[in-house]
Design a protein around this ligand. Structure first.
Ligand code: BGP
Length: 491
């Protein structure tokens, strides 16, 4: 079966402002929760560290730390004498013309990026937006237009202005809906004439962004109250967006690893169905416009014993969710994992699958899992899908010119894109496009380091932010250009 994709398929790359942009403290940018994000490792003190009441300094191992694991008395300390992941990242802020030209060199026709909320509203509470911040993204969008590349804008990629995190404790507070909607409408008004595709949230099922450290919560009322507030914010943005931009299309993005039952034991298969409901809770509510029948069951599993009746809702929330349901379902896919009876319920991760090779970070490499996930989502929601993150984090070794022979990345992508083409051409799953994470090397979210590289283009910078920032195409750069210019036929 041909791998050639339908005419108009969108091929591109995906990034996130705090991992890519830099420009910290420039152009009126306020502090973001991810400037304090608990990334990092003790051996790499540049990452977000926290001070305990007794003065002890801790540096949580990763941004995937759960709020429950952060000591009550911990407060983020802001070692501005040290390099933080989001402060310089790889400086897209000053390199955007060069980077967009490099992406155009691969025949990209779409580029996914997020708007740093605190560039537009530094504290989140201002009445008027920051013009310098708006101007930066105007420049990016206009530069993309020079190469006929469509913007795919993520309104909120896990973060928020630090002030909102500290003052309101993030999304657990319904006030965030009002702040978010003000932010979104400013974007629609300013960019709506040039932007068709929007994502209201990144990986909303991870529910990140609590308190000053941006940690996530995997259990408890806060998590699911925050999720509800985000559902309402997303739906209201979709409603407003459709009114202000009649041709716009809205998705939200979900972290979707494929979960398989660890064995054919009925208990494992049943548990796996329950495990998948952890994510369908989010996909169904926003993709169909109402909470699924099993919502109470998921909530009770996570300590919300009264189910949906424990979640604070306004009388018109139900109608808002229905009217503001998504136009398409976007997701990130990196790996698959297994689950078995008795396992803790998680929204990503799961157990090792012994049948899969692993990346250096232990992520199971499973191209067929991508085709499987595409089918699962489409069968469930019957709306187009959009793969907005997929890629391989690897330890790239550059030669003296910065060139990397990344055959392993070509292999990973070839297999995943081939599986994607089968889902589209054989299984008839409608897919709007594919944006690879991440076209230009940038800072890893879970480690806060440069070591874990994804790009088609190598960036000369180390884990402590030292380097020339020189960009050098890797071997995969030319390979991807050929795949795109044949619209997949060369897969
Ligand atoms: C997803 C995030 C991206 C990106 C990706 C890769 O969860 O949406 O921001 O970071 O993970 O993960 P990492 O950077 O940890 O390798």
């Amino acid at each position: 079966m041909s791998k050639q994709l339908p005419e108009g398929f969108l091929w591109g790359g995906a990034t996130a402002d705090f991992q890519y942009e830099g420009g910290f403290g420039e152009g009126g940018r306020g502090d973001l929760s991810h400037d304090y994000e608990t990334n990092g490792s003790l051996e790499n003190p540049r990452h977000h560290t926290m001070k305990l009441a007794d003065g002890k300094i801790i540096s949580p191992k990763s941004s995937f730390i759960d709020a429950e694991d952060v000591p009550e008395d911990a407060v983020p300390i802001y070692l501005d004498s040290q390099y933080y992941p989001s402060h310089k990242a790889v400086d897209f802020y000053h390199h955007y013309k060069e980077d967009i030209k490099l992406m155009a060199g691969m025949d990209f026709n779409v580029f996914r990026f997020s708007i740093a909320w605190s560039r537009i509203f530094p504290t989140g509470e201002e009445k008027e937006p920051n013009e310098e911040g708006l101007q930066f993204y105007d420049n990016v969008i206009d530069e993309l237009a020079k190469y006929n590349m469509q913007p795919l804008i993520t309104i909120c990629h896990d973060e928020m202005p630090m002030n909102l995190a500290v003052k309101y404790n993030g999304w657990a507070n319904r006030k965030l809906i009002e702040f978010y909607l003000k932010f979104a409408k400013v974007l629609f008004k300013r960019y709506g004439d040039r932007v068709k595709y929007w994502l209201t949230f990144n990986e909303i099922n991870a529910v990140r962004g609590f308190g000053p450290t941006g940690v996530r919560k995997s259990h408890g009322l806060d998590r699911y109250q925050a999720a509800h507030n985000m559902f309402v914010a997303s739906a209201q943005a979709v409603i407003a967006g459709h009114e202000m931009m009649p041709n716009s299309m809205f998705g939200a993005m979900y972290a979707l690893s494929a979960f398989y039952p660890a064995t054919s034991k009925p208990e494992d298969i049943f548990h796996n169905m329950q495990q998948n409901k952890e994510n369908w809770y989010f996909v169904d509510t926003m993709g169909r416009g109402y909470y699924p029948s099993f919502a109470d069951e998921v909530l009770k599993r996570h300590g919300v014993l009264g189910g949906l009746s424990d979640i604070k809702m306004n009388p018109d929330d139900k109608e808002i969710l229905e009217k503001g349901q998504l136009d398409y379902i976007a997701f990130s896919y990196y790996r698959s994992a297994t689950s078995k009876a008795g396992d803790k319920f998680v929204n990503v991760g799961g157990n090792d699958n012994p049948y899969l090779e692993k990346t250096p970070w232990g992520w199971g490499v499973d191209p067929l899992g991508l085709r499987y996930t595409m089918n699962l989502i489409y069968d469930r929601i019957q709306k187009p899908i959009f793969i907005v993150e997929n890629g391989m984090g690897a330890i790239d070794k550059a030669d003296e010119n910065g060139y990397v022979e990344d055959d392993y990345r070509i292999d990973y992508l070839q297999k995943h894109l081939s599986a994607m083409a089968d889902a589209i051409n054989i299984d008839k799953v409608p897919c709007i496009g594919y944006t690879m994470w991440a076209p230009i090397d940038l800072v890893s979210l879970s480690t806060g380091e440069m070591k874990k590289r994804y790009g088609f283009v190598y960036v000369d910078m180390d884990d402590l932010g030292n380097g020339s920032l020189k960009r050098t195409p890797k071997k995969s750069y030319k390979w991807m250009k050929h795949i795109i210019e044949t619209n997949g036929a060369a897969l």
